[in-house]
Design a protein around this ligand. Sequence first.
Ligand code: AMP
Ligand code: ZN
Length: 121
Amino acid sequence: MNESCLFCKIVAGKIPAKKIYEDDHVLAFHDIHPQAPVHALVIPKKHWASLDDVGAGDRADLGHLLERTAHCARELGVAASGYRTIINTKAHGGQEVFHIHVHILGGKALGRMVDARAKEG
Ligand code: AMP
Ligand code: ZN
């Protein structure tokens, strides 16, 4: 646990969250400021600050995180209609909480974000 990390505090139960799924390695909860009708975050219990901190030795944990993300999307009822997953990484990626997390966004048709963001740049 990283004592100054918001999501480590959620994992430790020191800050409340609306939990969706939990196992020994992963926790999923609803985003506090939803950007879509369904907006969940899936995080590893282990603290990685960002995707840039993941190494070859983390492949199994990372695979589990992604597979459980798909599981949560099914549990949230967005798998059939489809959804977007996002991992923001560091400053230019728009990352605000430095404990790696996968966003699940769904519940409505989302715009073609990659095209739109590319034009902004
Ligand atoms: P990112 O910009 O990828 O780092 O996204 C961080 C996300 O964490 C944002 O969508 C926030 O709304 C969300 N967030 C921040 N604090 C909390 C919290 N206490 N519980 C749930 N979600 C949170
Ligand atoms: Zn953390």
